[in-house]
Design a protein around this ligand. Structure first.
Ligand code: XMP
Length: 523
C-alpha cells in the first residue's frame, strides 16, 4: 500500500511520548509516513525509500552506556534527516560532535533566537517571532546539550540555556532541533515540519482521504480476487468504515455479521440495520444472540469474569455464523495504526488493567487470512474516511462504546430488568447532551447503574430505588481523561429526567474522578 504514495517519510522512534504526533503532523500536511523502531535495518530503510527521515526524541541520553543508536550509515544515504531532541543529539554524537549532560534541565516553553532563516526556519509568522527582538516560542524538554558540533555543521538557532538549539549541515541536508516542533506548545512547529517536508525533502503531498479510499479499494480487489470476506460489524466507526470500504470494493462478496448481545444501547440494533441494510445495501447478517449472552451472565458480578464470558461468547457465535456462510477466505478487521505501532514498538507491554474485548479481536484458529484496511490510519483519519464514504454523523461522531456494552456499566450481576433501566437512562443522557449542544464537546457521557438503593420520596410515597452514576469525561485518546466541568443546568436537566422518567431510579450522582487513577468505565 505504501508504494501508492510516492513521497514517503520514515520516522525512527527512540521512545518519545510524542513520536505519534510527528506522524500526525506529517499526515496533516498530506505526506505519507510510517513509524519504525530505531533498530530498523539499513536494507529495510533503503527498501522503504523515504524522501526524508525523522529521528524522534526519546528518554535516553547519548552519554549513557547502551543508549539507543541508529546505524551511522543512515547519514550517508543522501536522504535528508531531521533529528528532534534526542534525535539531534544522536546525530551530533554519531557524526563526531560532543554531547554533555547539562547542569540545568530545560523544560517547557522557551524563546529561541533564529540565526538562519533560509530553509528550516523559512516563512515563519513574524507575529510569532523570527528575529532577535521577537524570538520564536518553542517547547523544550531535555537535560543534555551539544558542546561541540560535528564538522560541516553550523548553529541555526539558540536559546538562553541552550546555545546549540538547532543545527544543520546544509550540503548533506542534515538538520537537528533541540525543541519539539510536533507539539502544540510550539505554535510554529507545523510550519517548521512542513519546511522540512517540502523545502528540504522536496515532498509533494499525495496523502488525501480520497487517494486513500481509491488505493485501498484497488488493493482490496487485488488481494481478495474472487474470494469471499467476512467481517464483524458493531456499528462503531472503525468496523463501519471497514465494512463500507470492502463493500465498495467487492460488494456482496463481503458478509458483515452484526451480533446483538443483548447489551446494546437503546435502538442501536435497529439503527445499524436501517443504515447498513436499508440505506447502503450491505450484505449484513443480524444475529440475535441476546439469550445466550444473558444466560451466561446470570449471577456473575466480577467485572473480569463478565468481560471474559462476553468475549468468549462473541467469538463462539461469530465462528458459528461465519461457518454457515461457507467458503470464506478472508476476515476483515478494524486494526488502527496506533495498535500497529504498539506491536512493533520496542517498549514492553503494559500491565493488563482490563481485558479489552474488541469486535476486531477474533481468534487465529479460524484460519482466515486477515485484511486490515485501516492499519495505516489514526482515529481522526478513520473519521474523515468515514465522512467521505457518506456515513452519517450518528455513526462517525458517536461516543466510543465498549465491546462488553452495558454489562460493564451495571455494577454487579446483569439482569434484564437492570438492562432496561440503564438503557433508558443512557438514552436520556445522550439526548440531553445533544440537546444542550454538549455531546460533541465531550469524549464520552453515559450512565452507570449502581448496585445500591437509597430511600427517596415521590408524591407522598416512600421509594427505595437505584442510584445512577453519571460519567461525563473529556479526553484526547482515552489514555487519560478528566471529568467534564459540565454546566450545572445540564446536570440538573439530566437528573430531573432520569428520576422522573425512568422507573427504578430515585437518585443521581456525578462522578468527579479523573483517569488515572480511575478509569473511564466503572468496570
Ligand atoms: P477505560 O475504562 O479503560 O476505557 O478507561 C478507555 C476507553 O476504552 C473503552 N473501553 C473499551 N472499548 N472494548 C472496547 O472496544 C472494551 O472492552 C472496552 N473497555 C473500555 C472505554 O469506553 C473508553 O473509551
Amino acid at each position: 500500500m505504501r508504494q501508492a504514495y510516492k513521497d514517503r517519510i520514515l520516522i525512527l522512534d527512540f521512545g518519545s511520548q510524542t513520536t505519534q504526533l510527528i506522524a500526525r503532523r506529517a499526515r496533516e500536511a498530506g505526506v505519507y509516513c510510517e513509524i519504525y523502531p530505531y533498530t530498523m535495518d539499513l536494507s529495510e530503510i533503503r527498501k522503504f525509500a523515504p524522501k526524508g527521515i525523522i529521528l524522534s526524541g526519546g528518554p535516553s541520553s547519548v552519554t549513557e552506556k547502551d543508549a539507543p543508536m541508529s546505524d551511522t550509515r543512515l547519514f550517508d544515504l543522501g536522504i535528508p534527516v531531521l533529528g528532534i531532541c534526542y534525535g539531534m543529539q544522536l546525530m551530533a554524537y554519531q557524526l563526531g560532535g560532543e554531547v554533555c549532560s547539562s547542569e540545568t534541565r530545560e523544560y517547557g516553553r522557551t524563546c529561541l533566537d533564529l540565526l538562519e532563516t533560509s530553509d528550516l526556519f523559512a516563512s515563519l509568522d513574524k507575529e510569532a517571532g523570527s528575529s532577535d527582538s521577537n524570538p520564536l516560542m518553542v517547547w523544550m524538554s531535555h537535560g543534555d546539550r551539544i558542546e561541540r558540533l560535528p564538522s560541516g555543521f553550523e548553529v541555526i538557532a539558540s536559546s538562553k540555556n541552550t546555545p546549540v538549539a538547532a543545527i544543520r549541515n546544509k550540503e548533506k541536508k542534515l538538520y537537528g532541533v533541540q525543541f519539539h516542533p510536533e507539539v502544540v506548545h510550539t505554535p510554529q512547529g507545523g510550519v517548521i515540519l512542513r519546511n522540512f517536508l517540502f523545502n528540504i525533502c522536496g515532498c509533494v503531498p499525495g496523502w488525501t482521504v480520497r487517494a486513500f479510499i481509491e488505493n485501498t479499494i484497488r488493493d482490496i480487489r487485488e488481494t481478495v480476487g474472487d474470494k469471499r470476506v467476512v467481517c464483524a460489524m458493531s456499528g462503531g466507526v472503525d468496523s463501519s468504515v471497514v465494512a463500507m470500504l470492502l463493500h465498495r470494493a467487492i460488494g456482496d462478496r463481503l458478509t458483515s455479521i452484526f451480533i446483538d448481545n443483548g447489551l446494546l444501547r437503546k435502538d442501536e440494533a435497529r439503527e445499524v440495520r436501517s443504515i447498513f441494510c436499508d440505506h447502503f445495501k450491505l450484505n449484513l447478517r443480524y444475529v440475535d444472540a441476546s439469550e445466550i449472552f444473558l444466560e451466561r451472565l446470570t449471577g456473575v458480578a466480577d467485572p473480569e469474569a463478565k468481560r471474559k464470558i462476553i468475549g468468549r461468547t462473541f467469538i463462539e457465535v461469530f465462528e458459528k455464523e461465519a461457518r454457515r456462510i461457507g467458503d470464506v477466505e478472508f476476515l476483515a478487521q478494524g486494526t488502527l495504526y496506533p495498535d500497529v505501532i504498539e506491536s512493533v514498538s520496542f517498549k514492553g507491554p503494559s500491565a493488563t488493567i482490563k481485558t479489552h474485548h474488541n469486535v476486531g479481536g477474533l481468534p487465529d484458529n479460524m484460519r482466515l487470512k486477515l485484511i486490515e484496511p485501516l492499519r495505516e490510519l489514526f482515529k481522526d483519519e478513520v473519521r474523515r474516511v468515514g465522512r467521505e464514504l457518506g456515513l452519517p454523523s450518528s455513526i462517525i461522531d458517536r461516543h466510543p462504546f465498549p465491546g462488553p456494552g452495558l454489562a460493564i456499566r451495571i455494577l454487579g450481576p446483569v439482569t434484564r430488568k437492570n438492562l432496561a433501566i440503564l438503557r433508558e437512562a443512557d438514552a436520556i443522557v445522550t439526548e440531553e447532551l445533544i440537546k444542550h449542544d454538549y455531546y460533541n464537546r465531550v469524549w464520552q457521557g453515559f450512565a452507570v447503574l449502581l448496585p445500591i438503593r437509597s430511600v427517596g420520596v415521590m408524591g407522598d410515597e416512600r421509594t427505595y430505588e437505584h442510584v445512577v452514576g453519571l460519567r461525563i469525561v473529556e479526553s484526547l485518546d482515552a489514555m487519560t481523561a478528566d471529568w467534564s466541568r459540565i454546566p450545572y443546568s445540564i446536570l440538573a436537566d439530566i437528573s430531573n429526567r432520569l428520576i422522573n422518567e425512568v422507573k427504578g431510579i430515585n437518585r443521581v450522582v456525578y462522578d468527579i474522578s479523573s483517569k488515572p487513577p480511575s478509569t473511564i468505565e466503572w468496570e
